[in-house]
Design a protein around this ligand. Structure first.
Ligand code: GRF
Length: 197
Protein backbone atom coordinates (compact mmCIF):
# COMPACT_ATOMS: atom_id res chain seq x y z
CA UNK A 1 0.00 0.00 0.00
CA UNK A 2 1.52 3.37 -1.04
CA UNK A 3 2.32 5.88 1.61
CA UNK A 4 0.10 8.95 1.15
CA UNK A 5 2.02 12.24 0.92
CA UNK A 6 0.61 15.75 1.38
CA UNK A 7 2.83 18.63 0.27
CA UNK A 8 2.42 22.12 1.76
CA UNK A 9 3.54 25.11 -0.30
CA UNK A 10 3.35 28.89 -0.27
CA UNK A 11 4.80 29.83 -3.63
CA UNK A 12 6.07 28.45 -6.92
CA UNK A 13 6.36 24.91 -5.62
CA UNK A 14 9.51 23.81 -7.46
CA UNK A 15 10.29 21.40 -4.61
CA UNK A 16 6.71 20.11 -4.75
CA UNK A 17 7.12 19.39 -8.47
CA UNK A 18 10.38 17.53 -7.85
CA UNK A 19 8.79 15.48 -5.06
CA UNK A 20 5.64 14.69 -7.08
CA UNK A 21 7.62 13.74 -10.17
CA UNK A 22 9.75 11.35 -8.10
CA UNK A 23 6.76 9.38 -6.74
CA UNK A 24 6.27 6.99 -9.66
CA UNK A 25 6.89 3.34 -10.50
CA UNK A 26 8.19 1.33 -7.55
CA UNK A 27 8.37 4.40 -5.31
CA UNK A 28 6.59 3.50 -2.05
CA UNK A 29 4.69 6.81 -1.86
CA UNK A 30 2.26 8.85 -3.92
CA UNK A 31 1.17 12.50 -3.65
CA UNK A 32 -2.44 12.83 -2.45
CA UNK A 33 -2.71 16.59 -1.81
CA UNK A 34 -0.95 19.86 -2.50
CA UNK A 35 -2.11 22.42 0.06
CA UNK A 36 -1.22 26.11 0.20
CA UNK A 37 -1.80 29.03 2.57
CA UNK A 38 -2.00 31.23 -0.54
CA UNK A 39 -4.84 30.55 -3.01
CA UNK A 40 -2.75 32.30 -5.68
CA UNK A 41 0.37 30.16 -5.15
CA UNK A 42 1.83 29.23 -8.52
CA UNK A 43 2.48 25.70 -7.31
CA UNK A 44 -1.26 24.99 -7.09
CA UNK A 45 -1.64 25.31 -10.84
CA UNK A 46 1.42 23.10 -11.38
CA UNK A 47 -0.11 20.46 -9.09
CA UNK A 48 -3.43 20.62 -10.92
CA UNK A 49 -1.60 20.16 -14.23
CA UNK A 50 -0.01 17.03 -12.73
CA UNK A 51 -3.43 15.70 -11.70
CA UNK A 52 -2.76 16.08 -7.97
CA UNK A 53 -5.71 17.17 -5.75
CA UNK A 54 -5.17 20.68 -4.39
CA UNK A 55 -6.61 22.89 -1.68
CA UNK A 56 -5.88 26.33 -0.29
CA UNK A 57 -6.53 27.84 3.11
CA UNK A 58 -5.82 31.56 2.94
CA UNK A 59 -4.13 32.47 6.21
CA UNK A 60 -4.88 36.19 5.90
CA UNK A 61 -8.54 36.14 7.08
CA UNK A 62 -7.43 34.38 10.27
CA UNK A 63 -5.20 37.30 11.28
CA UNK A 64 -3.21 36.37 14.37
CA UNK A 65 -5.43 33.39 15.21
CA UNK A 66 -2.93 30.70 14.26
CA UNK A 67 -4.98 27.97 15.96
CA UNK A 68 -8.03 28.72 13.79
CA UNK A 69 -5.91 28.78 10.63
CA UNK A 70 -4.31 25.46 11.59
CA UNK A 71 -7.70 23.92 12.37
CA UNK A 72 -8.72 24.76 8.79
CA UNK A 73 -5.45 23.29 7.48
CA UNK A 74 -6.04 20.13 9.49
CA UNK A 75 -9.56 19.82 8.12
CA UNK A 76 -8.11 19.70 4.59
CA UNK A 77 -5.32 17.34 5.64
CA UNK A 78 -7.65 14.92 7.40
CA UNK A 79 -9.73 14.64 4.19
CA UNK A 80 -6.57 13.49 2.37
CA UNK A 81 -5.43 11.29 5.29
CA UNK A 82 -1.69 11.64 4.61
CA UNK A 83 0.90 9.30 6.13
CA UNK A 84 3.63 11.90 5.49
CA UNK A 85 3.57 15.69 5.21
CA UNK A 86 6.30 17.51 3.24
CA UNK A 87 6.68 21.24 3.86
CA UNK A 88 8.14 22.59 0.61
CA UNK A 89 8.57 26.33 0.51
CA UNK A 90 5.83 26.62 3.12
CA UNK A 91 6.36 30.00 4.74
CA UNK A 92 4.05 29.94 7.76
CA UNK A 93 5.35 29.17 11.25
CA UNK A 94 3.41 26.25 12.71
CA UNK A 95 2.42 26.06 16.37
CA UNK A 96 3.63 23.27 18.68
CA UNK A 97 0.03 22.01 18.77
CA UNK A 98 -0.09 21.44 15.01
CA UNK A 99 3.42 19.99 14.98
CA UNK A 100 2.74 17.55 17.82
CA UNK A 101 -0.22 16.17 15.85
CA UNK A 102 2.04 15.33 12.88
CA UNK A 103 5.44 14.95 14.54
CA UNK A 104 7.41 12.02 13.26
CA UNK A 105 5.54 12.23 9.95
CA UNK A 106 6.39 15.80 8.83
CA UNK A 107 9.49 16.90 6.88
CA UNK A 108 10.81 20.29 5.83
CA UNK A 109 13.50 21.54 3.50
CA UNK A 110 15.55 24.51 4.63
CA UNK A 111 18.06 26.36 2.43
CA UNK A 112 21.09 26.15 4.73
CA UNK A 113 23.43 23.58 6.25
CA UNK A 114 21.59 23.30 9.58
CA UNK A 115 22.20 23.88 12.39
CA UNK A 116 23.76 26.96 10.78
CA UNK A 117 21.44 29.77 9.69
CA UNK A 118 18.03 28.83 11.01
CA UNK A 119 15.38 31.31 9.93
CA UNK A 120 15.44 33.60 6.91
CA UNK A 121 18.02 35.13 4.53
CA UNK A 122 20.20 32.06 4.83
CA UNK A 123 22.29 32.59 1.69
CA UNK A 124 23.06 36.24 2.47
CA UNK A 125 24.15 35.21 5.98
CA UNK A 126 26.46 32.46 4.70
CA UNK A 127 28.07 34.84 2.19
CA UNK A 128 28.39 37.55 4.84
CA UNK A 129 30.07 35.08 7.19
CA UNK A 130 32.64 34.19 4.52
CA UNK A 131 31.66 30.53 4.50
CA UNK A 132 33.29 28.31 1.89
CA UNK A 133 30.10 26.35 1.31
CA UNK A 134 26.33 26.53 1.62
CA UNK A 135 23.52 24.12 0.89
CA UNK A 136 20.20 22.73 2.07
CA UNK A 137 18.88 20.42 4.74
CA UNK A 138 15.85 18.14 5.00
CA UNK A 139 14.82 17.57 8.59
CA UNK A 140 11.95 16.21 10.65
CA UNK A 141 9.80 19.07 11.89
CA UNK A 142 9.74 19.56 15.65
CA UNK A 143 8.42 22.37 17.83
CA UNK A 144 11.64 24.37 17.55
CA UNK A 145 11.91 26.24 14.22
CA UNK A 146 14.32 24.70 11.65
CA UNK A 147 15.48 22.16 14.20
CA UNK A 148 14.74 18.45 14.47
CA UNK A 149 16.59 15.31 13.30
CA UNK A 150 18.49 15.88 10.05
CA UNK A 151 17.47 13.44 7.30
CA UNK A 152 19.68 14.81 4.53
CA UNK A 153 22.00 17.55 3.43
CA UNK A 154 23.42 18.79 0.12
CA UNK A 155 26.46 21.04 -0.08
CA UNK A 156 27.51 23.54 -2.75
CA UNK A 157 30.60 25.78 -2.84
CA UNK A 158 30.21 29.51 -2.31
CA UNK A 159 32.02 31.15 -5.23
CA UNK A 160 33.82 34.52 -5.13
CA UNK A 161 31.38 37.25 -6.07
CA UNK A 162 28.34 35.15 -5.21
CA UNK A 163 25.19 37.05 -4.39
CA UNK A 164 22.27 35.51 -2.47
CA UNK A 165 20.57 35.11 -5.85
CA UNK A 166 23.46 33.33 -7.58
CA UNK A 167 23.94 31.09 -4.55
CA UNK A 168 20.23 30.29 -4.38
CA UNK A 169 20.33 29.34 -8.05
CA UNK A 170 23.11 26.84 -7.23
CA UNK A 171 21.34 25.44 -4.15
CA UNK A 172 17.83 25.04 -5.54
CA UNK A 173 18.71 22.27 -8.04
CA UNK A 174 20.35 20.40 -5.16
CA UNK A 175 17.12 20.77 -3.16
CA UNK A 176 15.30 19.13 -6.05
CA UNK A 177 17.69 16.16 -5.82
CA UNK A 178 17.90 15.95 -2.04
CA UNK A 179 14.25 16.16 -1.02
CA UNK A 180 13.03 13.31 -3.29
CA UNK A 181 15.93 11.11 -2.15
CA UNK A 182 15.12 11.75 1.50
CA UNK A 183 11.37 11.23 0.98
CA UNK A 184 11.94 7.86 -0.68
CA UNK A 185 14.10 6.64 2.19
CA UNK A 186 11.71 8.05 4.78
CA UNK A 187 8.73 6.38 3.08
CA UNK A 188 10.65 3.09 3.26
CA UNK A 189 11.12 3.62 7.00
CA UNK A 190 14.82 4.38 6.65
CA UNK A 191 16.05 7.46 8.53
CA UNK A 192 19.68 7.12 7.44
CA UNK A 193 20.67 10.65 6.37
CA UNK A 194 21.15 11.30 2.64
CA UNK A 195 24.36 13.27 2.08
CA UNK A 196 25.01 14.91 -1.33
CA UNK A 197 27.30 15.02 -3.16
C1 GRF B 1 13.41 27.15 -1.51
O1 GRF B 1 14.63 27.83 -1.43
C2 GRF B 1 13.25 26.28 -0.28
O2 GRF B 1 14.50 25.91 0.27
C3 GRF B 1 12.54 27.16 0.67
O3 GRF B 1 11.58 27.84 -0.15
C4 GRF B 1 12.23 28.14 -1.41
C5 GRF B 1 11.26 28.07 -2.55
O4 GRF B 1 10.84 26.74 -2.68
N1 GRF B 1 11.93 26.39 1.73
P1 GRF B 1 9.80 26.27 -3.85
O5 GRF B 1 10.39 26.65 -5.19
O6 GRF B 1 8.48 26.97 -3.61
O7 GRF B 1 9.74 24.78 -3.66
Amino acid sequence: MSRRVAILISGGGSNMVALAESMTGDHPARPVLVLSNDPAAGGLEKARAMGIPTAAVDHKPFGRDRAAFEAALNAELEKAAPDIICLAGFMRILTPGFISKWQGRMLNIHPSLLPRYKGLNTHARAIEAGDAEAGCTVHEVTAELDDGPILGQARVPIEPGDTPETLAARVLPMEHRLYPAVLRRFAEGDRTPVMLP
